[in-house]
Write a new protein. Structure first.
Length: 127
């Protein structure tokens, strides 16, 4: 567990408020304070935040967004579903839906990305 769980909760809150640029910074700072697999996990959440930030950046960078979300999802797939208390099972399912929408948007099938499919990060209840 990160040295400061309140910092993880803050980063999650930023992500869920769609403050993705700030979430990138918060998750990256947490990653820098950790080692090993926790560091990799937190960097993946930072990258995921960065992918969603691309939607707002310069009117939307669909290719960058898709690539970053795909990479993050692949990394997160290597962790147990409740790593650091984050519900990864639910997140993975929601990311699959989100990626399908983003790929459709990138192809030009839709004019705008449906932001309603952006997932939330949820904490699992503590045992």
């Amino acid at each position: 567990m990160p040295a400061a769980p309140q910092d993880l909760k803050r980063a999650v809150k930023l992500f869920n408020r769609w403050q993705f640029e700030e979430a990138v910074v918060a998750f990256h700072a947490l990653a820098e304070a950790n080692q090993g697999r926790d560091r990799d996990f937190l960097e993946a959440l930072s990258q995921l935040s960065g992918g969603f930030h691309r939607i707002w950046h310069k009117g939307g960078e669909s290719s960058a967004m898709v690539a970053m979300v795909e990479r993050s999802r692949a990394i997160l797939a290597g962790f147990v579903p409740g790593h650091l208390g984050v519900d990864l099972r639910r997140l993975d399912g929601e990311l699959a839906v989100c990626l399908a929408e983003a790929i459709s948007w990138r192809r030009g099938d839709t004019e705008l990305f449906n932001r309603d499919v952006i997932p939330r990060l949820e904490h699992l209840p503590e045992p």
